[in-house]
Design a protein around this ligand. Structure first.
Ligand code: PEP
Length: 254
């Protein structure tokens, strides 16, 4: 199966609406779209409406960094999935390690958010990954399988068409450390194997699995050249249009 590549830029808490416009204008002017690669930008909530309007007529897709699992009501500060769709989003990040660690999101919350994302017609970009302690103790597989099992509970075969998984070793996020291409490939292959067991071979062959953790123009080609790595979730290096273009250009035409 020829899976498409997905290059996603998670801007975290960076860029105002005006800065978002500046980025998109520069990116769209320079980036040459390719049929085998999708580009996704994930700005903060306050930039989504502006970004959605600017991206109309391009192939670049838009995602949110988080959402709430209820549709509406007395949930001060929260954003419902359908509100994101109304801004032009087709994706939402779910279970990013910063949300898990800094905002106490456990797997039960991640699972509710993931199912709400799919039910609203969005694609969930589910992040999983181990801590440095788990990595050193050889507990990568245990941690990842525990997260996948809990986060995807109740998610059907059909739903899996609306799930992208990102393997993000927590020790590699924002640190400048990356998993080696071989390490990332091995863990992503393990994730694909888990999907085959939990669902079936067809679902495993179709699901896009990305690597995230200090992806930069200099290491992107080696990571994206691995057979099971279907793209990158990029934080810091997605804030500059030039470096984000270089990473997208390193993706393969499979
Ligand atoms: C991320 O935010 O998901 C991420 C991988 O960040 P960075 O590329 O900065 O490590």
């Amino acid at each position: 199966m020829n899976r498409k590549m997905l290059i996603a830029g998670n801007w975290k808490m960076h860029k105002t609406p005006d800065e978002t416009e500046e980025f998109i204008t520069a990116f769209v002017a320079r980036y040459q779209e390719r049929p085998g690669t999708d580009v996704l930008i994930i700005p903060p909530f306050t930039s989504l409406d502006r970004a959605g309007r600017l991206l109309v007529g391009t192939e670049i897709t838009l995602g949110a960094q988080d959402l709430y699992y209820e549709e509406e009501g007395a949930y001060t500060g929260e954003i419902a999935p359908h509100m994101l769709r109304a801004c032009g989003c087709t994706y939402a990040l779910v279970g990013h390690s910063e949300r898990r660690a800094l905002f106490n999101e456990d797997d039960a919350v991640v699972n509710r958010k993931l199912r709400a994302t799919i039910n609203a017609g969005l694609t969930a970009l589910l992040c999983v990954g181990e801590t440095l302690t788990e990595h050193r103790a050889g507990k990568v597989e245990k941690r990842i399988i525990a997260e996948l099992t809990r986060d995807l509970a109740g998610v059907t075969h059909d739903d899996m068409a609306h799930v992208v998984i990102a393997y993000e070793p927590i020790w590699a996020i924002g640190t400048g450390e990356t998993a080696t291409p071989e390490e990332a490939q091995a863990t992503i292959k393990l994730i694909r194997g888990w999907v085959a067991t939990a669902y079936n071979d067809q679902t495993a062959a179709a699901v896009q699995i990305l690597y995230g953790g200090s992806v930069k123009p200099g290491n992107a080609a080696a990571l994206l050249g691995q057979p099971d790595i279907d793209g990158a979730l990029v934080g810091g290096a997605s804030l500059d249009p030039e470096s984000f273009i270089q990473i997208a250009d390193a993706s393969l035409d499979r």
